[in-house]
Design a protein around this ligand. Structure first.
Ligand SMILES: NC(=O)c1ccc[n+]([C@@H]2O[C@H](COP(=O)([O-])OP(=O)(O)OC[C@H]3O[C@@H](n4cnc5c(N)ncnc54)[C@H](OP(=O)(O)O)[C@@H]3O)[C@@H](O)[C@H]2O)c1
Length: 275
């Protein structure tokens, strides 16, 4: 006689209970990819870095935050800890190699490992080349390119020793298409993409490298602009079409939560309205 098919426990649940349980399982699965990961974020005190820190902490990651402005870092850390998250922070200027090294060391000392370094700090004081705002050019090169290199120099030996690790480097759609007035900024972001791709090719089968290339995102980004005309122009475009930094944070979470043998190489996230 054929045995009676067994009824799966969940089949006895009311459909609403079943749906709730499925959502919980899905949530738990997603959290597994971020839960307890130790994640250092530079430029964490506002905009994309801040949104990513909050989202990752909500998903169980231990976030280690760096930026120059201590007050904003402290406020953000309080908010994350108040919501039950694990957080550490240190005042960090990515123009100083020793600051970036200390931030990575803080993560390793506090939490015993480093899973992800998000090289996110960046500025965009754009202007026509004819303006000769040479100091702005130098700052963009120092923060957007050399800051990322200092991050790589700090984390790569740690990742090699551990046998795992993930770089997430913030580039830009300006690293894909050059527009007038953006030559130097675009140059720094082309450089971030080139360095990241080279790093990916050298990384071997244990490390992961992700480039995140955002379009217009509603952040404090225009604050670094020294040309009043450019600032007004970009603010206007932002008001018209910029998307929330959460949209970028979601993409970063997606890359981080993938299994260890899956490398999400590059994600471009831009407003639908952006040409
Ligand atoms: N918003 C956009 O439309 C957009 C588009 C494409 C790409 N991006 C890129 O996204 C990244 C984040 O920018 P965001 O839009 O989130 O702008 P944001 O709100 O201005 O955030 C920039 C962050 O970088 C930090 N920072 C600046 N200089 C630093 C330095 N020398 N050392 C350490 N931290 C520094 C800032 O904090 P402190 O000033 O306190 O240090 C802040 O936390 C940048 O790499 C930017 O190029 C932005």
């Amino acid at each position: 006689m054929a045995s009676k098919p067994s009824i799966h426990r969940d089949q006895r649940l009311h459909p609403l209970q079943y749906r709730w349980k499925s959502t919980q399982c899905l949530k738990q699965n997603l959290m597994q990819g971020t839960k307890d990961k130790v994640i250092v974020i530079t430029g964490a005190s506002s905009g994309i870095g801040e949104a990513t820190a909050v989202m990752l902490a909500e998903r169980g990651a231990k976030v280690v935050l760096g930026a120059r402005g201590l007050e904003r870092l402290e406020g953000l850390a309080r908010r994350i800890a108040g919501a039950g998250g694990e957080v550490a922070y240190a005042q960090t200027d990515v123009r100083k190699r020793e600051d970036v090294t200390s931030l990575v060391n803080l993560a390793c000392e506090r939490y015993g490992k480093l899973d992800v370094l998000m090289n996110n700090a960046g500025i965009g004081p754009i202007s026509p080349l004819d303006d000769l705002r040479v100091e702005d050019w130098e700052n963009m090169i120092d923060i957007n390119i050399k800051g990322v290199l200092y991050g790589i120099a700090a984390a790569l030996p740690v990742f090699r020793k551990q046998g795992f690790g993930h770089f997430v480097n913030t580039a830009s759609t300006a690293g894909i298409i050059v527009h007038p007035n953006m030559a130097v900024y675009a140059g720094t972001k082309f450089a971030v993409r080139a360095i990241s791709e080279g790093l990916r090719q050298e990384a071997g089968d244990k490390l992961r490298v992700t480039i995140i290339s955002p379009g217009f995102v509603r952040t404090d980004f225009t604050e670094s602009m020294t040309s009043p005309e450019m600032k007004a122009q970009i603010r206007d475009s932002m008001d018209k079409m910029a998307i929330s930094p959460d949209a970028i944070a979601r993409a970063i979470v997606f890359a981080i939560e993938q299994p260890a043998d899956v490398d999400v190489g590059e994600i471009i996230v831009r407003p639908t309205a952006q040409g």
